[in-house]
Design a binder for this molecule. Structure first.
Ligand code: 0RA
Length: 635
């Protein structure tokens, strides 16, 4: 009898591939914390969304099961089940076990690639305790199961069906992931964004976990027009009609939706193949160029700008603009620090020419709206010019560019920004403690006076006349807005340290709002952190220990079980002496820092415009709704 060897050469390559994923999971999914865990869901969902992009799928159901496994069902074509001769395996098994096998067949339509996305279903499979796949295709149903990425038996035909589609259930491996508990809101946020970007696609999310049962459904017939409408909900739109245009050319598509509001900052979000391109790229450059040129041309042709008038600047024409730029292309190139910057050069031309042409058309056909928009941009330019005339902006600008550091900054002695950190501290007294506590070789301290200016409600000239904000800008070294340059960052860790009370939370949000609106790249680069001072100090028997929240306090009380425990509750940073502050909050060996993660930039926009904007009612509702939402508290 001739026995088939247990493993062929090809099998060994597959096993080595999966082993590599399990050995270095972060190389494939970024990290193994909660963020990496949620990436598994996006990875599977992105495959279904690829089916939707190709026009074969219009519904995706995502379920968090009772045991924290995830089921994702789509009504696409179903993963091919036929044997692939080269591998002597079903298409299903190839997609689930070979790295980057997603696009091996078909080759049609759009493929998501680059960044942490598009790493393939095999990565999810390799990082799962178990995975089950069901396919409906060609009149039949099929099933196969895997453990730690390896098939348990072959793909089996299980019945008949006249539908098509794919169902995948997987349980993340708790030997790999630090936690395996999914957050409904995090998934909901991302899936809603996906629904906005794919007009008409229906996405259902349901939570079956005990005491957490919930269901939500997203489907937007207006696509990115609905997205802009949603983003402007808590702002005051300047004109009713949302501008929308699109174009298909060769293998690329672009669509843009935009609307101005009364605010002073811009909220432009760009996407390529459903990926949020936080770092911008060629599509954003094309859009900005066309916007500036078109508005100037129109304003001149209609006499709003006279010959003697200077051109409106890019910042002028973007003031108060909310826009979504969504491109789909065959072979996207993702670059930049976090691989979220679109690099395709041909996309710039497509977005630029489309925007110029269609926006000119819109302005021509809607003179009422055009007039309002132009008036707003001219207003913005006037404010800038007035500030400049009053020597304000030029003086400030040169001040920003100057190397004179703010007087109250206690700088560190090391010069290499990669090793340096700055503590932005609430209040002069806490600032004083921090100055005494720090390691002056690499830690700088910048004390700020209480509530800084709310930049959400102020125009650039007022922002730049705020002493506290100027101090932050010069200390960081990067400048702001269009002049921002991350290469000049003087510290690669910016640590916001405020009291652990309501006022402290407010000040933290004000500082974050400023950074988000004027130095967003610092957030993208992962340079922004929040310090975690303790809430309690327990002393007993001449020993002491700290508790950072009420849960920890309870735990500590249980373990100590001594009669005489003295509990001190810190009402503010000022109550800690320098040694305590160092031990608990500033010593890199002991402290916990919270990294501010802006993966969800559109959610951040919602947070800042709601919390810091003019409208009171949405703010009240938002705070009530998110009162227990740690993402909001810690942003
Ligand atoms: C490879 C080729 C084709 C479809 C798929 C993969 C596919 C993968 C997933 C993952 C989740 N849902 C999915 N749906 C489809 C093309 C098949 C064809 O040409 O018919």
């Amino acid at each position: 009898m001739v026995r088939k060897p247990a493993y062929s050469g090809k099998d060994i390559t597959v096993l080595e591939g999966l082993e590599a994923v399990r050995k270095r999971p972060s190389m494939y999914i970024g990290n193994t914390s909660s963020k990496g865990l949620h990436h598994l869901v996006y990875e599977v969902a992105d495959n279904s969304i690829d089916e939707a992009l190709a026009g074969f799928c219009d519904q995706i159901d995502v379920t968090i099961n009772e045991d924290n496994s995830i089921t994702i069902v789509d009504n696409g074509r179903g993963i091919p089940v036929d044997n692939v001769p080269k591998y002597q395996k079903s298409g299903v098994e190839i997609v689930l076990t070979i790295l980057h096998a997603g696009g091996k067949f078909g080759g049609e339509g759009y493929k998501v690639s680059g960044g942490l996305h598009g790493v393939g279903l095999s990565v999810v499979n390799a990082l799962s305790k178990w995975l089950k796949v069901e396919v409906k295709r060609g009149g039949s149903t099929y099933e196969q199961e895997y453990e730690l990425g390896k098939p348990v038996g072959e793909l089996k035909k299980t019945g008949s069906s006249d539908e098509t589609g794919t169902l995948i259930t997987f349980k993340a491996d708790d030997d790999i992931f630090e936690e395996t508990d999914y957050d409904f809101d995090t998934l909901a946020q991302r899936l809603r964004e996906t629904a906005f970007l794919n007009r008409g696609l229906k996405i259902n999310l349901s939570d079956k976990r005990a005491d957490k049962e919930r269901e939500i459904s997203y489907s937007y017939s207006g696509g990115i027009v609905d997205f802009v409408n949603y983003l402007n909900t808590n702002k005051d739109p300047l004109h009713e009609k949302i501008v929308y245009f699109d174009r298909k050319k060769d293998d690329s598509e672009v669509e843009v939706a935009m609307q101005y509001n009364l605010g002073y900052t811009d909220s432009i979000f760009t996407f390529a193949n459903n990926i949020n391109t936080h770092e911008g790229g060629t599509h954003l450059i094309g859009f900005k160029n066309a916007l500036t040129r078109t508005i100037n041309d129109y304003a001149r042709s209609k006499g709003f700008l006279k010959e003697k008038d200077a051109n409106l600047s890019g910042e002028d024409v973007r003031e108060g603009l909310t826009a979504i730029i969504n491109v789909k292309l065959k072979d996207p190139q993702f670059e930049g620090q976090t691989k979220t910057k679109l690099g395709n050069s041909e996309t710039r031309g497509l977005v630029e020419s489309t925007t110029a042409e269609k926006l000119t058309e819109f302005l021509g056909e809607n003179p009422g709206e055009a007039k309002i928009i132009i008036a707003k941009t001219i207003d913005a330019a006037r404010a800038r010019a007035a500030a400049r005339k009053a020597k304000e902006l030029t003086r400030r600008k040169s001040l920003l560019e100057s190397t004179t550091l703010p007087g109250k900054l206690a700088d560190c002695s090391i010069q290499d920004p990669r090793m340096c950190e700055i503590y932005v501290v609430e209040g002069d007294s806490a600032g004083g403690s921090a100055k005494q506590a720090r390691d002056r070789s690499f830690q700088a301290i910048l004390p700020l006076k209480g509530k800084i200016l709310n930049v959400e409600k102020a125009r650039i000239n007022r922002v730049l006349s705020s002493e506290e904000i100027l101090a932050m800008i010069t200390a960081m070294g990067t400048n702001i807005g269009d002049s921002f340059d991350i290469d000049n960052a003087r510290y690669h860790k910016v640590i916001i340290m405020t009291d652990a009370d309501v006022d402290g939370a407010h000040i933290r949000t004000l500082i974050l709002t400023f950074i988000y609106r004027y130095m967003k790249e610092l957030l993208d680069a992962g340079f922004i952190y929040i310090a975690q001072p303790p809430l309690y100090r327990l002393s007993y028997d001449g020993k002491h220990q700290y508790a950072y929240n009420d849960g920890e306090l309870e735990e500590a009380m249980k373990t100590i079980k001594k009669k005489k425990i003295n509990i001190q509750r810190y009402k503010g940073l000022g109550e800690m002496n320098p040694e305590q502050l160092w031990d608990t909050t500033m010593d890199p060996e002991n402290r916990t820092l919270l990294k501010v993660n802006l993966e969800d930039a559109t959610f951040a926009d919602e947070i800042f415009s709601t919390l810091m904007g003019d409208k009171v009612e949405p703010r009240r509702e938002f705070i009530l709704k998110h009162a227990k939402d740690t993402r909001f508290l810690d942003i």
